[in-house]
Design a protein around this ligand. Structure first.
Ligand SMILES: *Cc1c(COP(=O)(O)O)cnc(C)c1O
Length: 353
């Protein structure tokens, strides 16, 4: 794919790494590619970062045709920059696109867009362990008419945001509330797609949990409200009687790349990992009997996030004495070691630029 590059005439400098936070600072440029049913993908371009202009009837504004991805560029100790399993994000973006009737893109073209952009913005990849350049590819329907149908015009974009360490204050276990009113998605719906609409539908529960002092909700399945699905916008894993259990991918769960990587690492460490249905009743009785040893969320932003407290109705339970567990810590060490290039990568997961 040919990419036209127009460089900014007013390059910015990155704020101090400890002041970055998440998703607030953006790099000097952004990438756009347009698509139409007639022409396919065309006009790939990198331009100075700035506002975009949309027709007021643009599909995305009315019917929510939007998907995205999230991955990071990591600075190794030797100064080089690397991505983590980028092909997994690319494949997932295409699966999300297919679900939302948005156009798919050739995998190698998308990889080329990512790598060209990150190379251009290299100076924005922060250096300290735990910090990264967060990459946000997204794609939206952009027809300039109100009729409802599969889109005929769409725009792919890529923006990037240098981000601070998720655990600047240390890894502290979080409190989670089991959500039994709102559901995130249903089977047959869009749960497995990374689409903005899933987030729009789940913020209300998150806000309610925050008001009660919990940092996330534990989602139950939308059909029976019985089986555990995810925690906030992360996948979830439990250590019960020495075994690792994680909800199976039923179609309403987002197939996380961190989840997949955790499963592979855990199996290599000798753990039995079972992907199956796990009911709230089973989880609560494991909590009460002491069989539940650890619980954690996993996703690109946090890598792993230990769960120290779980609330269901008026009851609140403490997990693992409210401290990070051994397996959670081990997963964090192995995955971050590979991502930031502090340890060798026996899996071939890193993609050096
Ligand atoms: C992105 C996401 C995850 C985590 O996926 P990763 O590929 O590990 O970052 C989990 N659940 C939801 C709902 C998500 O949107």
């Amino acid at each position: 794919m040919e990419i036209k590059i127009t460089k900014t005439t007013t390059p910015q400098t990155m704020p101090p790494e400890e002041k970055l936070g998440f998703g607030k600072v953006f790099t000097d440029h952004m990438l756009l590619v347009d698509w139409s049913k007639e022409k396919g993908w065309y006009d790939a371009r990198i331009v100075p970062f700035g506002r975009i202009s949309l027709h007021p009837a643009s599909t995305v504004l009315h019917y929510g045709a939007e998907i995205f991805e999230g991955l990071k560029a990591y600075r190794r100790e030797d100064g080089g920059v690397q991505l983590f399993r980028p092909m997994e994000n690319i494949k997932r973006m295409n699966r999300s696109a297919e679900r939302m009737s948005l156009p798919e893109m050739d995998e190698n073209d998308m990889l080329q867009l990512l790598t060209t952009f990150v190379k251009l913005e290299e100076k924005w990849v922060p250096k300290s362990f735990g910090t990264s350049l967060y990459l946000r590819p997204f794609l939206f329907g952009n027809d300039e008419a109100l009729g409802v149908h599969a889109v005929h015009n769409a725009t792919f974009m890529l923006i990037a945001s240098p981000s601070g360490s998720y655990y600047a204050e240390g890894i502290n276990p979080v409190g989670i509330m089991i959500e039994n009113e709102d559901v995130r998605t249903v089977r047959g719906g869009t749960g497995y797609a990374k689409c903005g609409g899933n987030y729009a539908a789940s913020t209300r529960a998150g806000e309610r949990a925050a008001k009660k002092g919990y940092s996330q909700v534990l989602w139950l399945d939308g059909v029976e409200r019985k089986y555990i699905e995810e925690v906030g916008a992360m996948n979830v894993m439990f250590k019960i009687n020495g075994e690792i259990v994680t909800p199976m991918l039923t179609g309403s769960i987002l197939p996380g790349i961190t989840r997949k990587s955790c499963i592979e690492v855990l199996k290599d460490l000798g753990y039995t990992v079972t992907e199956r249905l796990l009911s709230v009743d089973e989880l609560l009785s494991a909590l009460k009997s002491g069989a539940l040893e650890e619980a954690w969320g996993c996703g690109t932003a946090a890598v792993v996030s230990p769960i120290g407290k779980l609330a269901f109705g008026e009851e609140e339970y403490v997990i693992g004495g409210g401290k990070i567990g051994e397996v959670t810590q081990k997963l964090y060490d192995v995955l971050t070691g590979i991502q930031w290039g502090k340890q060798s990568d026996p899996y071939g997961w890193v993609y050096k630029l």
